[in-house]
Write a protein that binds this ligand. Sequence first.
Ligand SMILES: [Zn+2]
Length: 222
Amino acid sequence: MPTPGPTRILVLTDGSLPALVATLLAIEEAANTVFLRFEPGSRPAPKSRRRACQRLIELYDLPELIETAPPPPELPISTRLLHSCHTAIELGCRRLVWPVSLGDDLDAAASAAEHAACIERLLGLEVPRQERPQLTTPLLDLTRAQIADLAHDLDAPLQGAWWCQEEGDPPRPTTTRSHTSFPGCGACPPCQRWLAHLSDQPPALAAPVVRPRQAPRVKPKP
Ligand SMILES: [Zn+2]
């Protein structure tokens, strides 16, 4: 039985900017006891997304990426979340972060919040309170613009996310503080959607910020 650490956090990630922002928020709170579970779902470019997650792990010296076989597309999100909750329990994490962001779609946000609440209630039926992870959705009602603002406030290293529609070469880290250092291609639809908001930010946002490595990593309990 793992010993739950009060600050251990498991973040679900698909290599997107919301997942990057959620990871940085978790790191601010829990230093090097943040675990990333890679779940690209049906998102495009899973290999490139995985590489972006690895870069983030290297930047912050986080524990190894947790991966599972890609879930079948028909598998409902509630099933995947429940499975991730059990991974959190195995790791001794007291919180599972689901970085879903639905902006102004209030109905979708309400549905996602209900999903999270139902899963917590379900866990409550069979998992002791002291082992039960809290399922949180810190970005639930944020828009793209608000997430871009948050990324700026957190000095987000943008190479820790994948931006493009298609697979490609890993973005090259650069120290140039200009928008030309945006790590995506800048031309595909996802890049353009994000650049529309990132362009409102000071140039520093487009440059990666390499932070000092954290204290020695914490390995998950066997
Ligand atoms: Zn692109």
